[in-house]
Design a protein around this ligand. Structure first.
Ligand code: GUN
Ligand code: FE
Length: 429
């Protein structure tokens, strides 16, 4: 299927994509052209030179860029929507760590990862940055399964060598680094769609020696990094105690070359980042994965996303399953708008709530750039697209394209259907 010719075609329909964090471009009955998996741009009239390409007429369906989930835990998919009664540290110890220990067994891992991968394939997500567990065999199995979907993903074998229960803890920094190297060697060159990402779980579960070793692996392999940062107040206090030498939580990564700069790095949450931490992230080009549903359900707080956008930081959206119950990126977009309004009302009126355009930007271009030229239909972007059938979401009113996209975000589960999905020009379904 995924040959070069298959990846050259035209979609016709009602197109909507961000041309800036605050602006949509919308075009009725327009053409978006894909050649060898790369967008050639959006046209009201089809240019002559593309007239020989196959045309897929989507009628009046919506055509948008694919959505990028830049923070999600695959092994936690099994307990999404339950165990929502505790804050982060108790939630990890009570529910999350015991569940993740099950992935030592490949039979359990295979069954659970089949469900996650199948649901992700059918979702609106085209690219994702994914945590696995500390287990190398199960992590490779997850990568094998994801590779077959055609989705583009980064997958991380998790590192954790302290402050973790015996049943989910690597025996030393050395053991953790050895396992990581073995994993990296095993998966080297093995995949087209699936790439490894270094994944220190978070500072509380990673010794300085482990962080230093991972920093060396960043240099040696040129790999991206993902972790968690400033999610919860008790977590932040704990980090201060564990790393008395640090000036802020972010510096406990930055000190070891794990906050970005050399390679792309994504930090989930940043709910309570200080001015110093924000400035370190800005210097390093760190990506912030905003996970509004998780921040609600783990009672973590509300991240100042409008501030991060205004200050030019890189921000995208994550579902953070199972902190967030829902794998839907449409839900993540509407939650981002919702919590930004609560923040504005209840916390701080100096930053306006997010608009639908801004929240859609986070899910498309904002997080997309973590994967390269991704998240737009402008010429030169990798062709990731969703064809959305909103005819099942009934309306007596005439709606414009921007309103239909907004309504789809809020009402996707009430009659919306993803009719087609493309990643880098390859049709997923
Ligand atoms: N911090 C460390 N591990 C986790 C996790 O699994 N989920 C969330 N939300 N935060 C974390
Ligand atoms: Fe997380």
């Amino acid at each position: 299927m995924d040959t070069k010719t298959d990846r050259s075609f035209i979609l016709k329909g009602d197109i909507c994509y961000n041309i800036s964090p605050t602006q949509f471009d919308t075009r009725k009955d327009a053409y978006v052209v894909c050649v060898d998996g790369v967008s050639q741009g959006v046209f009201d009239e089809l240019p002559e030179k593309y007239q020989g390409l196959p045309l897929i007429d989507c009628g009046n369906m919506l055509i948008t860029p694919g959505l990028n989930d830049i923070h999600v835990h695959a092994p936690q998919y099994t307990f999404r929507g339950i165990a929502m009664d505790l804050e982060l540290l108790d939630w990890l110890n009570t529910y999350t760590f015991p569940e993740e220990s099950n992935y030592e067994g490949l039979k359990y891992a295979s069954e659970a990862y089949d469900m996650f991968v199948d649901d992700l394939r059918h979702s609106s997500t085209t690219r994702a940055a994914i945590f696995a567990t500390l287990h190398v065999p199960a992590t490779k199995l997850l990568m094998d399964k994801l590779e077959d979907t055609g989705l583009k993903t980064y997958v991380g074998k998790v590192n954790m060598d302290r402050n973790s229960p015996e049943f989910l803890c690597e025996s030393s920094a050395k053991a953790s680094l050895t396992a990581t190297r073995k994993w990296l060697e095993d998966v080297k060159g093995a995949y087209v769609n699936t790439q490894p990402i270094l994944t220190p779980r978070f500072t509380p579960t990673c010794s300085d020696e482990l962080m230093e070793g991972l920093g060396n692996l960043v240099q040696e392999y040129g790999l991206p990094v993902q972790s968690h940062l400033s999610e919860n107040l008790s977590e932040i206090d704990w980090v201060k105690g564990l790393c008395p030498w640090s000036t802020c939580y972010g510096q406990t990564y930055e000190h070891f070359g794990l906050l970005g700069g050399l390679t792309k790095t994504v930090m989930a949450h940043c709910v309570y980042s200080t001015d110093e931490e924000i400035s370190l992230m800005k210097q390093a080009g760190t990506y912030i994965a905003h996970c509004p549903q998780s921040n609600m359900f783990l009672s973590s707080g509300i991240a100042p996303i409008k501030r991060y956008l205004d200050e030019g930081l890189n921000v995208g959206l994550g579902t953070d399953v199972a902190g967030g119950a829902n794998l839907s990126m449409f839900r993540a977009i509407s939650d981002a708008v919702g919590v930004s309004k609560l923040r504005w009302r209840c916390v701080d009126q100096s930053f306006a709530p997010l608009t639908i355009q801004e929240a859609f930007y986070l899910a498309t271009l904002g997080g997309g750039s973590f994967f390269g030229k991704v998240g737009s239909f402008a010429e030169g972007y990798e062709f990731d697209a969703l064809v959305l059938d909103d005819s099942g979401i009934r309306s007596v009113r005439e709606l414009d394209i921007a309103q239909r996209v907004e309504r789809y975000v809020y009402l996707a589960s009430e009659g919306g259907t993803i009719a087609q999905k493309y990643v880098a020009g390859a049709r997923i379904f």
